[in-house]
Structures are given as C-alpha cells and as structure tokens.
Design a protein around this ligand. Sequence first.
Ligand code: SF4
Ligand code: SF4
Length: 259
Amino acid sequence: MKRQNIRKAMMVVAVLSLPVTMFYLSPLLTVQGAARGIVTSSLLFVGLAAAASFVLGRVFCGWLCPGGAVQELLFPANDRRLKGGRPDLIKYGLATLWLMAIAALFIRAGGLRVSPLFGIEGGVSLGSRTSYVMFFTAMGGMVALSLLAGRRPFCRYGCLLAPFMIAGKCTSRAVGSPRLRLAADGERCIHCMLCTKNCPMSIDVHAMVQGNAMESPECISCGACVDSCPKDVLSFAFSSGRKPSLPERRSSGEGQTMP
Ligand code: SF4
Ligand code: SF4
C-alpha cells in the first residue's frame, strides 16, 4: 500500500496547489484565448497530455490531476460505484463540441499566437476577483457532483481532457507501441473482488481479468487494483500487449517439446 500512500500524498499536493495551477488546465480559458487567436497554456497542456498518454496512458489523471484528486478525496463522503455504458459517452460529445468551438474561434480570429500566461496574472491562477468566482464555481460543481454521484463522476462523464488522453492510449494500442498497461495472471485469481471494489474509476477489474482484456479507456493507472490484490494477480507492464505471431512463437521455441 506504500504506492497508494504516495499517490494520496501527491493528490493532496495537487489540490493544495490548485490556486496556482487551476487556469493552466482551464478549458474556459482556452476558449477565451481562441476568441483572440491566442494559444493558451491550457491548450498547450491538452496537446502535451495527449502526446504523453501515447506512452503513459492516463497516469496524469490517477496521480497528478487536481480535479481528480478533489473528487477522490471525497470518497469518505460518497464512494458509490458509477455505472458505465452510455453516460461514459457524454465526455466525448462535450470534447467534440469544445474542439469545434475553439477551431471556429481561431478561424474567426484569423491568427495564431502562443501566450502561455494569457489570463493568468503573475503566473498565479487566483490573481483577480473574477478568478475567485471561476475557482469556487468549478470546485463547487465538482464537489457537489461527487457528493451526489459517487466515485470520480466528473472524470468518468464530464472531463474534456480525458477523451484526448484516451485517443492517445487507443492510438498507441492500434499501432502496437509499447506503453504502460495493466497485466494479469488470471489463473491465480481467487475471485475476492477486491480489485473491482477498490477501483476509483468503477471499472469491473475482476471481469477484465477473467476476460483477459486488461485495457480500459477509463483506467487511470492508479494501481489501486494492483496494490489491493492478495494474490499478486495484477501488475503493471510496459509493453505493446501484442501477442507474438505463430512464426515468432516457433522461432522462440514456444510450444515445442524437449526431445
Ligand atoms: S483498473 Fe486498476 S489501475 Fe485502472 S483505474 Fe481501476 S484500480 Fe486504477
Ligand atoms: S483482487 Fe486479485 S484475486 Fe481478488 S478478484 Fe481481483 S484479481 Fe482476483
């Protein structure tokens, strides 16, 4: 559990640093910048997060995201598991609309200028009266949603950044590139369900193990399932996940019996 304690400590630091960092991740500031033809730090961050997810998946969500941390720190108040399925699609619709809006605004502005500190006075997010209003509105909404719905509802249904990181993960998987992923030795599973119970993203990890399908777009690589499994069924791996082809298996001697 040492890893989970480190993760929790990192989440506390992420929440405490919100007054400085919040606008560097703000989709609203991205829109305001696009209206003036300005590429903000928040837009640069979307590109950076998508590129990093090609190799690291959604590690940022599980370990560093202040919004995710706020929601997870509220688990003692409500840690009800969320339903997947159609509600998961909401975030893709929101991200598509957001992307179309900023593309249209950039076209209308007729220019493109990079200004990482646009809208962030002195490099600190909470630098003006307006910023306090935005801060308490965003945090209030996130806290209320978590208290009402349960585990990380904003991450699962409403985050605009998540679809870009999921796209990075899926692209990496499609091209067979090595990446951080979960692995499982299903034969050792004793069906205690602790992995599923402890997943902050409400993923049915046990079903993934049983189906030998260890990749979920919602997985944030937090390691809670790995660290709670009593039989060491789960682990992190850095691999493409590609099964070797028959000629590759033959050349490595797999399946051959000793004379
Ligand atoms: S599947 Fe495991 S690593 Fe992924 S989010 Fe759930 S607990 Fe974390
Ligand atoms: S925690 Fe481990 S042993 Fe228990 S159900 Fe999950 S994979 Fe199986």
